[in-house]
Design a protein around this ligand. Structure first.
Ligand code: PHE
Length: 436
């Protein structure tokens, strides 16, 4: 069966940037920056991208671009008859777990967008947040809409679905977030927000900072779960994996910084203590919108939740595509059936996650509710475990010549090969132990 490909190298970069830019950039990065020494953290973050994230990215890209297969097929091709195929299987399953709970939050952005459009937010935003997230009907409906949209885009195929959606969305996302950041800059008191994010404060940098930076780089660049592998398997011949990786990282970091410039100054202008996670987007920001003049608040909240929704969609389609590529290629079923099957599985698990904010609130696994447990399991363990195995495979198991052939620039090959073999595995183990 002939496989589709992206139409150009730019399209590959846009798709990977789309996967990278997501909720992680909006609700975690700005807060982390403020908590970990401001611009001092940016330097550490960039170093960790170069030394750790890029080598992992390139390992997945080497496997994807050299085999042009889904994760499972790629491992089977490169290491026939060995147990490495289970790594392929793991990276089919992890993004599906991720998709299930990501879709719940994506669904919230659907709900909030609808609310901003029809009614706007009233003063008591916290009650709205609690009522909305704990209502099984609303949460499940919104999750269904979000996952349904994700499935429809993936159904369109690599070129007409994923490529086209990302090519339009990435410029739109940047346009919108820059627009919000410019407006927010005019608010009185905004400057404290910039100071919070940027003031270099080396005393805020602790032993945990480097691990935090590495962990954030991981999640943000979508590493260790096979999305990079799958997308680079659709890369055009002659495309450079190093260039693709560097541009993806640049887009991702730029978006995270601008999102911070859009959010933190607004938070400070309203005189609120900044936080991270869902509360920042779904409680704090709507509250800030209610403090503005009704028209401006309304426009800003529509634009803001629309931006979050699109950013979440460009990520969720990449999670879905990993499974679809596997089912199509390995099981020989049509894209339509593959998407339907994945929809049913992730929809069901997503409902369980959605109910964790309401009726299933008290069901605990290792002291965490179901949603938090799955998030903890994937972002702290499954992703780093997948990444560790990818770098070990490329650095120690694959033939050096095969790896070298994937690099256009041989000097860069030597640099990154060293990082893949020695530095990346060590770094991942450090994050792993820190998380434990
Ligand atoms: N990078 C995405 C974000 O920042 C999340 C993601 C992880 C997407 C893994 C795909 C795979 O939100």
């Amino acid at each position: 069966m002939s496989r589709e490909r992206f139409g150009s190298n730019r399209a590959t970069i846009m798709a990977l940037a789309g996967s990278a830019i997501g909720l992680g950039n909006i609700w975690r990065f700005p807060y982390m920056l403020g908590q970990n020494g401001g611009s001092a953290f940016i330097i550490i973050y960039i170093a960790s991208i170069l030394l750790l994230s890029l080598p992992i990215f390139l390992s997945e890209a080497v496997i994807g671009s050299s085999t042009r297969c889904n994760t499972f097929g790629a491992m089977k091709t490169l290491a026939p008859g060995s147990r490495w195929k289970y790594l392929g299987l793991l990276t089919v399953l992890t993004p599906l777990v991720l998709l299930s709970y990501y879709s719940v939050i994506g669904g919230w952005s659907v709900g909030y967008l609808a609310k901003s459009t029809v009614g706007g937010f009233q003063k008591d935003v916290s009650t709205f947040y609690t009522n909305f997230t704990s209502s099984p009907l609303k949460a499940i409906l919104c999750h269904t809409i979000f996952l349904g949209t994700t499935s429809l885009i993936v159904l369109g195929g690599v070129k007409k679905g994923i490529e086209r959606f990302n090519k339009i969305s990435i410029p739109v996302l940047f346009f919108l977030i820059v627009g919000i950041a410019i407006y927010v800059a005019t608010l009185p008191g905004a400057s404290q927000g910039y100071a919070y994010m940027l003031k270099p404060d080396w005393s805020g940098v602790t032993a945990g900072t480097a691990a935090a930076a590495m962990g954030q780089g991981f999640f943000s660049l979508s590493l260790g779960v096979g999305t990079v592998l799958t997308y680079t398997s659709y890369m055009n011949k002659g495309g450079s994996i190093v260039r693709t990786g560097i541009w993806t990282a640049i887009f991702d970091l730029a978006f995270a910084l601008i999102a911070g410039f859009a959010i933190m100054p607004a938070v400070f202008a309203a005189g609120i203590e900044p936080g991270a996670g869902p509360g920042l987007i779904f409680e704090t920001l709507p509250y800030i919108f209610t403090q503005m003049s009704p028209l401006i608040g309304r426009i800003l909240s529509i634009v803001f939740f629309f931006t979050i929704l699109i950013a979440a969609l460009t990520s969720s389609i990449s999670m879905c595509e990993v499974g679809v590529a596997y089912l199509e290629q390995e099981k020989g079923i049509s894209r339509k059936k593959a998407v339907a099957l994945i929809f049913v599985c992730t929809w069901t698990l997503g409902i369980v996650c959605a109910l964790a904010f309401g009726p299933l609130k008290d069901v605990k696994l290792m002291g965490l509710d179901i949603f938090s447990f799955l998030d903890y399991l994937t972002s702290n363990f499954l992703m780093s475990f997948g990444a560790l195995l990818f770098v070990i495979f490329v650095g120690w198991k694959m033939k050096k010549e095969t790896v070298r052939d994937c690099f256009l620039n041989k000097r860069l090959f030597h640099f990154f090969y060293f990082l893949i073999r020695y530095i990346a595995p060590l770094g991942i183990i450090v994050i792993f132990l820190t998380n434990l």
